[in-house]
Design a protein around this ligand. Structure first.
Ligand code: PMP
Length: 414
């Protein structure tokens, strides 16, 4: 067989600066270490995963048009699924949404958020993000050539006007917030939407954890800004229905933006998996009947874990929603990345370092209570306190990473 000879005088191949300048997704990287360690037979207490595990029945695929499911389908999402999502927003959150023109379904909310940025941002524009912020917002903005302005975690939404500049085109909130667990109030959301609109900026609220709120305080953005003028809500089945592996997410926005997202979706994804969309159309209510009680149980478990944290004297950012806590490890003399690696390699406990969520909360670590028992979470917190007391030996961690053949971090934990 003839093969190309590339050994002679060819210049070195180059990669784009845009991609080289962003780090990997820190939480995904940590969870890859967990998968790798599990394959080596280690029993890792996984407090790093961004999901809660639910028991969901296996409904039959026989009732679906399975053959059709082998093929592409409507790029905007199956119309019946868009209607179900619109009904869900109406029944659960009191929002009147038109499934035909105001909803787009795609392969998870992560690419949808990126497509929203592609649709709104030009190089030189600015995105304003409230800390602690889900770590992909900033990198997706940079991939559009936009700059990012972070607003400290203790700045209320009412003061955001001071942080919007002439180049600000987009403000992003995560409500309820991953990783702190707080819920923004209706008045502050309406106030911020008004401020953004007056400044010519869009407001995007990522509502991925919308059902993980027990006290009824969550208000969906489309219920507060019914004409959707200048606002975008993004949501997904990954957290609320516990189906992250199915990669189904959606955006709710005014038709002018949905049309632009559709164009991007046509070029990037084509459509979310057809058969999985069919399954959701057919079993939407049955799935929710199983998952919503489990969502409640997870938030109740979070409250009990809060009592464990109190007993151990571990401080965290305020908030009562989601399945995360953002723990203050300010007493630790060093980088939270080293703390997390020491815990993982020496105590088989996985957490996520806080630096990736913003500068004002760099001395925090993220704890997810979604996939482990309270006993194991309590034991893991004991291990965390042990490492906080005894400190970390960086050389030992580095040697251990090499010995186990684990992939090293290739970025700064901004
Ligand atoms: N937004 C937030 C705040 C998240 O935590 C996540 C997942 N960790 C996502 C979006 C992405 O979810 P998906 O792509 O699975 O819908």
């Amino acid at each position: 067989m003839t093969v190309a000879d590339t050994t002679t005088t060819a210049p070195p191949l180059r990669f784009s600066r845009r991609v080289d300048e962003i780090p990997p997704a820190l939480s995904v990287w940590v969870n890859q270490l967990v998968y790798d360690l599990r394959r080596l037979g280690r029993d890792v207490t996984t407090l790093s995963l961004g999901e809660a595990f639910f028991e969901i029945p296996r409904f039959s695929f026989e009732a679906l048009d399975f053959e059709r499911g082998y093929h592409y389908s409507d790029s905007q999402g199956l119309p019946e699924l868009r209607d179900r999502i619109a009904e869900y927003y109406r029944d659960h959150y009191g929002a009147a949404v038109d499934g035909a023109s105001e909803v787009l379904v795609s392969a998870g909310s992560k690419p949808i958020i990126a497509m929203c940025m592609q649709a709104l941002l030009d190089p030189g524009d600015e995105v304003v993000i409230h800390e602690p912020a889900w770590l992909s917002y900033q990198e997706q903005a940079r991939l559009c050539g936009a700059s990012v302005r972070f607003v400290r975690h203790d700045v209320p939404l009412a003061s955001f006007g001071e942080h919007l500049g002439p180049r600000t085109r987009l403000v992003i909130l995560n409500n309820p917030n991953n990783p702190a667990g707080w819920v923004y109030g209706a008045d502050e959301l309406v106030g911020l939407a008004t401020t953004c609109r007056r400044n010519g900026a869009f407001l995007m609220v990522d509502e991925a954890y919308s059902d993980f709120v027990l006290d009824g305080s969550f208000r969906a953005l489309p219920s507060l800004v019914p004409d959707l003028d200048g606002v975008i809500a993004v949501n997904s089945l990954s957290k609320n229905m516990g189906m992250s592996g199915w990669r189904i997410g959606y955006a709710i926005a005014q038709p002018a933006l949905i049309d632009r997202l559709l164009k991007l979706n046509q070029h990037l994804i084509t459509c979310a998996p057809t058969v999985l969309q069919q399954y959701l159309v057919r079993y939407f209510d049955e799935i929710l009947a199983h998952t919503l009680p489990q969502v409640r149980a997870v938030v109740e478990k979070r409250e009990r874990v809060g009592a464990l944290l109190d007993r151990r004297g571990i401080d965290r950012l305020p908030g009562g929603a989601t399945f995360y806590y953002f723990l203050d490890v300010g007493d630790f003399d060093g980088d939270t990345m080293d703390l997390v690696l020491a815990l993982l390699l020496e105590h088989d406990v996985a957490l996520v370092p806080g630096g990736a969520y913003g500068a004002s909360t760099a001395d925090h670590v993220r704890l997810s209570i979604g996939t482990e028992t309270e006993e194991r979470i309590d034991a893991a917190l004991g291990a965390l306190q042990h490492v906080l007391r005894t400190g970390v030996d960086r050389d030992r961690i580095s040697t251990e990473m090499g010995r186990l053949g684990l992939r090293r971090w290739e970025g700064t934990a901004r």
